[in-house]
Design a protein around this ligand. Structure first.
Ligand code: ADP
Ligand code: ZN
Ligand code: ZN
Length: 740
């Protein structure tokens, strides 16, 4: 009877975070020997109900801690690690996150582990290592450059090289396999080497300009204590150089650096900028990795072997024993906020982690979030400004084109077409921006005005022509055949209305038949490696038109682009979301920032039906910083975030009145608390009320006092969850970034 307890015996117990949607940790029994061996932060296998799960030890209970007689404790099934694999700081960070975002601790802790460790796989996995078999295989190696490169590298290290290192040096596994087929090399499994490597400079730093020097020196004053910085520098002002020079000093102390970038910012170009500066192990953590590569990168960070960890959002929870600096680039980017499940914001978590770790944290952007400006204003963050482009490049000039009066062809003003022509003749590149993929956003009947709508959402179908003609709902993924006639009046003239990138591509090909049009959007880059190919083309100094969605807007360095054309951002000027103008301004400035980064000055042409809009005028006549200061004032007057703290409750079910009744009932319960000091908005239907056949409602809580908001929220929210019908989906979004 392993589960019976002798009341006179000593009780060896651990408190375990188990991956289930419950807010508590659970206690388990273990033997004295296991108890002595067990470390907080190690994995254990446990049974929970009828499931076998992998949990993390959060606490070793003192032997004299009284036993709660209501619970019958089970034994743990197995100790999976003989040491902590999540260190104390990250464990505290996870606990804080679970509390702050009101999400079950077991799920939060689990999300910080790579999949293989979540599944209970042993920690010390063997690594794939490639060894040369034939030292004189020159004649067997094909003429392909890839195979020759791989052969050369293998020959340099006859004892063998780990596959991830080879991959990082640009040698693909497929190439190695091709060589193995010819018996030139072989793949063996060997224990991994986690010993730290000495960091060496691979390249000399650039000589920093005055502003860069000041920023670097200021951060380095805080090498071993907490301070948050906002590196507020124009596009192309050399923010990355500032990061690199700060990193150099921190790495020289033997410390690790964590660099977070937006999801689509982790391009080969970004990676190579870090690799070409430092000779050290760089662990890459992003969503495109397979399970074993992700585990290897995570282990390199956790053991201290990796000096630099470069990753997207979730990398913020990677254990790093010698962490000495956190950098978060493009801090305004929405991809730092997880939008489903455990909805954390990596920027806020980064600030808290730096605080726990007592190290500096640098948030950088050309268009900082209004939230960060607010932190600067109230002294919680130091601002470092870079007001000039690095090197000789100048800021581009923005020209507004009034679409109401302009002569147009295919929705593009004739003046803009001429300007594009001029640039191409000068052998320069042009970037055309339109944040709408597909062929056209609407299919309309010429005769009766019928529009093709998704049957499951309150939204129009988007027309797509590739790889075949079809209608696609961008909200729920439904795909329909193209109707041949109008279902309402039988008319056969159905017209695609408005422009998507695929339609603009057609027009540009027609207007500029002698030039390449390179389209970059989710449809054109969905195949693995296609982004790299596009990128290689862009880096060649040949005239071309790059056409794309916001994938093109972010952080990239396109040295030959001298003209940026923004075809349509009007929807962003009209949206109801209180952050819409902020996002639109960021998008305009970021896209504009792709122009004129080389030797020639850049121009930006922006088409709009609202040339008098205040936002556009502030950006053209003043700059982003002035816009941000104005927005901050407006938010203060309206008492909106960051001047109040918000929590958004999203409720989804098959019937709208079910949502409304449920939310109203719980709003009433909340109102019964004394001294509530918070506003309750709603329930109201979501901006898109019906999505994928289900109705969405919102309720927003707003309070000027964060502690108070969280105090009331906790019990109320957990009570609400246990009260909800099983067919209803309910989520809580703390500090929501989007009200949709
Ligand atoms: P940002 O990250 O602010 O957009 P980058 O770091 O990409 O800017 O810098 C833009 C360009 O300027 C890069 O080509 C970079 O090598 C160059 N650069 C940065 N700092 C200097 C400097 N101090 N002297 C000369 N060139 C620089
Ligand atoms: Zn019709
Ligand atoms: Zn739909």
């Amino acid at each position: 009877m392993p589960n019976s307890i002798d009341s006179s015996a000593l009780l060896y117990r651990v408190r375990v975070a188990v991956p289930v949607y419950l807010f508590d940790c659970f206690d388990y029994l273990l033997s004295q020997q296991q108890y002595e061996q067990a470390e907080v932060g190690a994995r254990v296998a446990v049974s929970f109900g009828r499931q076998n799960l992998v949990g993390i030890i959060m606490q070793k209970l003192p032997l004299d801690e009284p036993l709660d007689p209501r619970f019958k404790l089970k034994n743990i099934s197995e100790l999976l690690d003989d040491r902590a694999i999540i260190d104390e700081t990250v464990l505290n960070l996870l606990k804080w996150s679970a509390q702050y975002y009101q999400f079950p601790i077991g799920e939060v802790v689990h999300s910080a582990l790579p999949t293989l460790l979540r599944q209970g796989k042993p920690y010390n996995l063997l690594a794939r290592t490639w060894k040369l078999l034939d030292m004189n295989a020159e004649s067997k190696v094909r003429r392909s450059e890839k195979q020759q490169d791989a052969y050369k590298v293998l020959k340099l290290h006859p004892v063998g090289t780990a596959e991830n290192i080879l991959n990082m040096a640009g040698i693909e596994t497929a190439t190695l396999k091709a060589l193995a087929k010819k018996e030139i090399c072989e793949c063996v499994l060997e224990p991994q080497d986690f010993s730290p490597q000495v960091v060496q400079m691979a390249q000399m730093p650039l000589s920093a300009n005055e502003e860069q020097k000041r920023a670097i020196a200021q951060v380095l004053k805080f090498k071993n204590k907490y301070q948050a910085f906002l590196l507020d520098g124009l596009t192309g002002s050399g923010k990355t150089e500032v990061y690199l020079q700060i990193m150099e000093q921190v790495l020289k102390q033997g410390k690790q650096v964590l660099v977070l970038v937006p999801e689509i910012g982790l391009t080969p170009q970004t990676i190579s900028r870090f690799q070409s500066r430092f000779h050290c192990h760089i662990a890459l953590l992003h969503s495109g990795l397979n399970d074993s590569k992700r585990l290897q990168a995570w282990q390199a960070a956790e053991t201290g072997k990796a000096s630099i960890v470069l990753g997207t959002r979730s990398a913020i929870y990677t254990p790093m024993p010698h962490l000495g600096l956190i950098i978060l680039d493009e801090e305004h980017d929405l991809s730092f906020k997880q939008q489903e499940g455990f909805r954390y914001h990596a920027r806020d978590v980064a600030l808290y982690r730096a605080h726990l770790q007592q190290c500096p944290v640098v948030l950088g952007s050309a268009t900082p979030s209004i939230d960060s400006f607010a932190l600067v204003e109230n002294g919680k963050m130091q601002s470092l400004e870079l007001n000039q482009r690095a090197g000789s490049a100048l800021m581009p000039k923005i020209h507004i084109l009034d679409l109401k009066v302009a002569q147009k062809q295919h929705g593009i003003s004739l003046l803009l077409i001429q300007e594009i022509q001029k640039r191409l003749e000068r052998k320069e590149q042009v970037l055309v921006f339109l944040n709408r993929r597909g062929y056209a956003p609407v299919l309309i009947c010429d005769s009766c005005g019928w529009q093709a709508q998704c049957p499951h959402c309150d939204a129009n179908f988007t027309v797509h022509r590739q790889p075949y003609q079809h209608l696609h709902c961008h909200h729920c993924g439904t795909i329909h055949r193209m109707p041949e006639h109008c279902p309402s009046c039988n008319h056969t003239e159905l017209k695609p209305l408005g422009m998507g990138t695929a339609k603009v591509e057609e027009h540009l090909n027609e207007l500029f038949p002698d030039h390449d049009v390179i389209r970059v959007d989710r449809d054109s880059t969905s195949r693995v490696g296609s982004w790299q190919k596009i990128y290689d083309k862009i880096q060649k100094s040949e005239p071309a038109i790059l056409l794309g969605t916001q994938m093109l807007a972010k952080g990239h360095h396109f040295p030959y682009v001298t003209l940026v054309a923004i075809l349509d951002i009007d929807s962003g000027l009209l949206s109801v979301d209180f952050r819409a103008t902020e996002r639109t301004a960021q998008l305009i400035v970021q896209v504009s920032g792709r122009a004129g980064r080389g030797e020639r000055k850049g121009d930006v042409y922006l088409q709009t039906l609202r040339p008098d809009h205040a936002l556009l005028n502030t950006l053209v006549q003043e700059n982003y910083r002035t816009f941000a200061k104005q927005t901050l004032k407006e938010r203060q007057i309206a008492m909106m975030p960051p001047f109040r703290y918000a929590a958004l409750i999203r409720c989804e079910s098959k019937q709208q009145n079910l949502n409304t009744d449920f939310l109203q009932k719980h709003a009433a319960l909340l109102r019964q608390y004394p001294d509530l000091a918070l506003d309750i908005w709603g329930p109201i239907p979501a901006p898109m009320e019906r999505k994928a056949g289900r109705y969405q409602s919102h309720m927003v809580l707003l309070s000027a006092n964060r502690a108070r908001l969280h105090y009331y929220l906790k019990d109320w929210w957990q009570n609400m969850l246990s009260d909800k019908p099983s067919t209803m989906k309910l989520t809580l979004d703390i500090d929501p970034q989007e009200l949709s």
